[in-house]
Design a binder for this molecule. Structure first.
Ligand code: INI
Length: 156
């Protein structure tokens, strides 16, 4: 029986982080969490991490697509925070962001980790950016590292 399971040590990996400026005070904590995991757990080198800031979560899929097309990265981590407001804007941004990122991943056969918070209010967002219920950026980074190794093992 062959069982493929990912490990998270990927010291030669090149990682791109696409991050939104909208709600940047929350996103900065997601970024800290992601970089901590990449360096401390994945042993990814500082020079192999590229951070790309975009205006909002809606722009993350396009940035991820161009990063994927460049073929310079082994995984992309998308970070952002979408908070529900009084209008349906939230739904449009969240839907396009999540489905767009998933399309990039499957079309490019590249791990694109979804570290985008979609919350009802700012308190929930802060809690999920490292205060109470973990750090979504750190989780996304772990997923990216694991997926790099899983895809590599499947291809070998
Ligand atoms: N962008 C976010 O990243 N989070 C939000 O909560 C948000 N809301 O609520 O409006 C948001 N809007 C901006 C959007 O991502 C685009 O940048 C904008 O529509 C221009 O394309």
């Amino acid at each position: 029986m062959n069982v493929i399971e990912g490990i998270v040590l990927t010291s030669d990996a090149r990682i791109a982080i696409a991050i939104s400026r909208f709600n940047h005070f929350v996103n900065n904590s997601l970024l800290d969490g992601a970089i901590d995991i990449l360096k401390r757990i994945g042993q990814v080198k500082d020079k192999d991490i590229t951070v790309v800031w975009v205006p909002g979560a809606y722009e993350l899929p396009l940035a991820a697509k161009v990063l994927a097309d460049s073929k310079k990265y082994d995984a992309i981590i998308a970070l952002g925070t979408i908070i529900r407001g009084d209008t349906s804007h939230f739904e449009f941004v969240a839907d396009q962001c999540s489905s767009g990122l998933s399309t990039v991943a499957t079309r490019a056969s590249l791990p694109v980790a979804f570290g985008v918070l979609t919350t009802e209010n700012i308190e929930q967002a802060i809690e999920r950016a490292g205060i109470k219920v973990g750090n979504k950026g750190a989780e996304a980074a772990l997923t990216a590292l694991e997926m790099i190794n899983i895809l590599k093992a499947i291809k070998e």
